[in-house]
Design a protein around this ligand. Sequence first.
Ligand code: SAM
Length: 249
Amino acid sequence: MWCFSLQRRSLHSSLCLMKKTKSKTPAEQRWMQRQLKDPYVKASHQQHFRCRSAFKLLEIDDKFRILKPGYSVVDCGAAPGAWSQVAVQRVNSAGTAASACDASDPDLPRGTVIGIDLLNIPPLDGAHFLPSHDVTDLATHAKLLELLPHSRAHVVLSDMAPNASGFRDMDHEKLILMCLSLIDLAGKILQPGGSLLCKYWDGILAHELQDKLSAVFGSVRTLKPNASRKDSAERYFLAGMYRKQEKRL
Ligand code: SAM
């Protein structure tokens, strides 16, 4: 929630933040200074995104075109909702997507966006949120099957991350396990030919995840978008051309 509460503020309130840094610990002050200088934070204010992470998905989708009008998308770890904002625009789930002439096009098909998080997610036109839901929970999978049109998603997105403990290997392993659970979820809801984009923190188990993805997807790419901080272990796997037969609950 940190990025939502910070980024809802305008640039004007960034100045207030600077004043407040005086009462913060040195680590908090460094974090705030970094936020204030970050061009993606500024751009997210200007473009009304809830979080700078929107630019990671925009960059990936501009290059690989995984989100198309009419698609059904499941956004795992959706809070505060910036990826869902991007998905709503790109799949036209609010009916506001523009065509080449830059006006909303009533002929574009309407998609579906379902966002899931352990936390609360402020409402968003065009998205159906499942707050207080665990993506790894079978009850959440069952709910998705009910909510998705024809019980099928074209794309599963995951920017999920556990609370970092500070122990790099442990955090890496925890996130890899969460990503592996997405392969089970894909088996239930992802339609053949569909895509899975998932964040992981790089480490020794990354190859294991990559191998498991390669077993059920026709292509698996490793991505490090420009908007992902250079000094972080954050990476994304973009797996496309899903080919496994679907499994039911
Ligand atoms: N993509 C989001 C956006 O653009 O607004 C930011 C996601 S944030 C980096 C990671 C989120 O994953 C957190 O909100 C956290 O609560 C969520 N998360 C972690 N484990 C989860 C789980 N098992 N089920 C659902 N959400 C989870």
